[in-house]
Design a protein around this ligand. Structure first.
Ligand code: BJW
Ligand code: ZN
Length: 282
């Protein structure tokens, strides 16, 4: 594995189908906590222990308080330089008149919506430029502002703050000593269609990620995979880089620290991605 930026940029220029697999580190500089390591504790709970259907079934009040806190954080957050570098690179790829079948796709595990917000901002700054012909962002673990019924098919995109009266203010209770208050199920967010309990429209462990058929096709044809700010511990996302490499493509990892499987990468750029990505893609 190499940290040679010039060599990386040579590969970047000659690649036709580029994939970026991103994780929580992409949004860290926007103030969104990561899942593992120092940022992974909410009150006294591990963030990952709350991201399961079992946790929601056992304690919907607790899981909703966790997601309410994260919704409120995401509402206040703004895209950072790493989001911008990716959005600008996606537009630059179009402007350089790449072949019509060439692609740059961001597969993000993040649910905060910051990559989409950023792309909209960048597009607004260049209203006369060609727009992306195909979806550039695939949010494989869903979107935190989607609220989905536990009984019927109803899904609503809502940035309401707070999402319901009973959760209002609980986002401030974040220290370890906080006793978890028990909000009755009747007072948690309810479905506008059938009145049942709703849940965040995100992908929990054991659930099928979104966009799997499209992602599988992209992985198969990618000649370069950028792995940005992810611990590479959660599948299927954690397997994409190795798959691209096994089919002859290159892999470049951008992470603050060492991450699973990075010893097999072709390029490794250690440091905050909000600094390394703008340099690499600029
Ligand atoms: C910086 C930085 C800076 C910090 N700059 N870097 C194969 C093998 C083994 C197990 C499995 C397998 N396939 C499937 C499984 C099971 C399971 C799994 O992977 N388990 C593992 C624990 C082993 N996977 C699943 O269950 C998935 N579903 C599935 O495969 O379904 C199949 C199916 C098919 C058909 C029918 C039904 C099912 C679903 C996984 C869902 C994960 N959900 C969560 C919550 C999402 C909602 C929410 O946000 O609340 O997704 S858990 C959590 O982990 C979240 C994240 O997206 C995901 C990954 O975490 P991420 O992004 O990598 O964050 P961190 O915190 O781990 O890492 C941050 C990194 O950033 C660190 O490396 C830092 O160093 C770095 N960093 N600041 C650069 N400034
Ligand atoms: Zn319903």
């Amino acid at each position: 594995m190499s940290a040679d930026m010039d060599a990386f940029q040579g590969v970047l220029k000659s690649s036709k189908n580029i994939l970026c697999v991103a994780g929580a580190g992409l949004s860290a500089a926007s103030g969104i906590p990561t899942f593992r390591g120092a940022g992974g504790l909410w009150r006294k709970h591990n963030a990952t222990s709350l991201a399961t259907p079992k946790a929601f079934k056992a304690n919907p009040s607790l899981v909703w308080q966790f997601y309410h806190y994260r919704r409120e954080s995401a509402l206040k957050a703004e895209p950072n330089a790493a989001h911008r570098a990716l959005a600008q690179f996606s537009l630059a790829s179009i402007r350089q008149n790449l072949a019509p079948d060439s692609t740059f796709t961001l597969i993000t595990q993040n649910v905060d919506g910051l990559s989409a917000v950023c792309l909209e901002e960048v597009l607004k700054q260049h209203p006369d430029e060609p727009q992306p012909a195909q979806p550039y962002i695939l949010e494989m673990h869903g979107r935190i502002f989607d609220v989905k019924c536990t009984k019927c098919e109803h899904v609503e995109f809502s940035k309401a703050s707070p999402i319901c009266d009973a959760l209002g203010g609980t986002e401030k209770l974040i220290d370890r000593q906080t006793a978890d208050s028990d909000i009755s199920v009747a007072d948690l967010p309810r479905c506008a269609n059938c009145g049942s309990l709703t849940r965040p429209g995100v992908v929990w462990f054991g659930e099928r990620p979104f966009h799997m058929p499209s992602i599988d096709k992209l992985v198969e044809k990618s000649d370069l995979c950028l792995v940005v700010g992810t611990s590479s511990t959660v599948y299927p996302a954690a397997g994409y880089a190795a798959e691209v490499q096994s089919l002859g493509g290159k892999v470049a990892v951008f992470n603050l620290d060492r991450s699973d499987g990075d010893e097999d990468s072709d390029f490794l750029f250690l440091g905050p991605c909000e600094e390394t990505l703008p340099r690499a893609l600029g």
